[in-house]
Design a protein around this ligand. Structure first.
Ligand SMILES: [Zn+2]
Length: 306
């Protein structure tokens, strides 16, 4: 993803209010989501090395994801295609769609990207010649969705749930080669599954930072404000308003925009205050099971409340 506008200043008074309201809330006990197990999914991904399209690590990661999803979901659909980049490279890409309760009319869509960025060219990068390991960038969203898949396998949802793992989100240059980023979400939007559209969609990325601060994202507030409201209210009900902070901060170009373009009410749940973003420092020591637990509890609560 890329930040579109400069950081909006957050008024200190709002932060204080958020903290006060967090203190008053009572956390609720049921935790179907297993943050520790989800953390293991980040470790496995990091173990493949950077999952850059066109590399062995990317292919092995895709095969691993495919086999895990087949063990958990009712149906797995693989969208497989070749993408030719602006520089005329051919990349074999795959989107995976794990469907639970595939016949249900009422559905939710959760998505994350599973590829890693080929160049560590973030603003704080010390070495842009290397690829991003992506413990948080890519790794955390995939781990979150796999943790949700475990929950839904153990206790099937009453509604339909689709977990979409998009490829090629982070390959190219967001400014100079926009056709080489958000590739998988654009492909999905152009090749939607038959049947009703989801009620809404939530994109998860950068959701495992040890210092978890999820502000509301600008393009989500423009395209699907009622979904932002629902997700942050759900987090508050669970006692998580200290982490899901109900005020806007960054505005991002990300996969949710490709879904919004085809009429899906899609939002981005993302902690963009992550110093290791697009650096070689986006490693396992920066992320935690506790953060995955928080976001995972919210994701599962969204399914259970419908
Ligand atoms: Zn990225």
């Amino acid at each position: 993803m890329r930040r579109l506008f400069p950081v909006l200043p957050v008024l200190p008074v709002l932060s204080v209010l958020a903290l006060l309201s967090a203190c008053r809330e009572k956390p609720q006990p049921p935790q179907e989501f297993d943050g520790t197990a989800a953390f293991q999914y980040i470790q496995t991904q990091v173990g493949f090395g950077p999952r850059v399209p066109g590399t062995d690590a990317h292919e092995r990661m895709g095969d691993w994801l495919d086999s895990l999803l087949r063990q958990r979901a009712d149906t797995v659909i693989v969208q497989s295609w070749n993408h030719v980049t602006k520089a005329k490279e051919t990349l074999p890409l795959r989107n995976f769609i794990a469907r639970f309760n595939p016949a249900a009319e009422k559905r939710l869509l959760f998505l994350a990207h599973w590829d890693s960025r080929p160049v560590a060219d973030g603003p704080r990068s010390q070495d842009s010649s290397r690829a991003v390991v992506g413990a948080n960038d890519g790794g955390s969203g995939v781990a979150l969705l796999l943790g949700v898949a475990d929950v839904l396998q153990r206790s099937p949802p009453s509604i339909g749930v689709d977990l979409l793992f998009v490829d090629g989100e982070d390959y190219g240059d967001f400014t100079n080669a926009p056709e080489d980023v958000l590739i998988g979400s654009r492909y999905y939007a152009a090749h939607q599954l038959p049947g009703p559209k989801p009620l809404y969609a939530v994109l998860f990325d950068l959701v495992a930072d040890k210092d978890l601060q999820l502000y509301q994202e600008g393009n989500s507030l423009v395209g699907a404000p009622e979904v932002v409201e629902l997700v942050w209210a759900t987090a508050k009900d669970l006692g998580y308003s200290g982490h899901f902070i109900a005020s806007p901060r960054h505005t991002l170009i990300d996969d949710h925009l490709e879904l919004q373009k085809v009429g899906i009410r899609a939002i981005d749940v993302v902690d963009f205050d992550y110093p290791a973003w697009h650096t070689t420092e986006d490693t396992i020591d920066k992320v935690s099971a506790a953060s995955l637990q928080i976001v995972g509890d919210v994701a599962v609560a969204l399914v259970r409340r419908e």
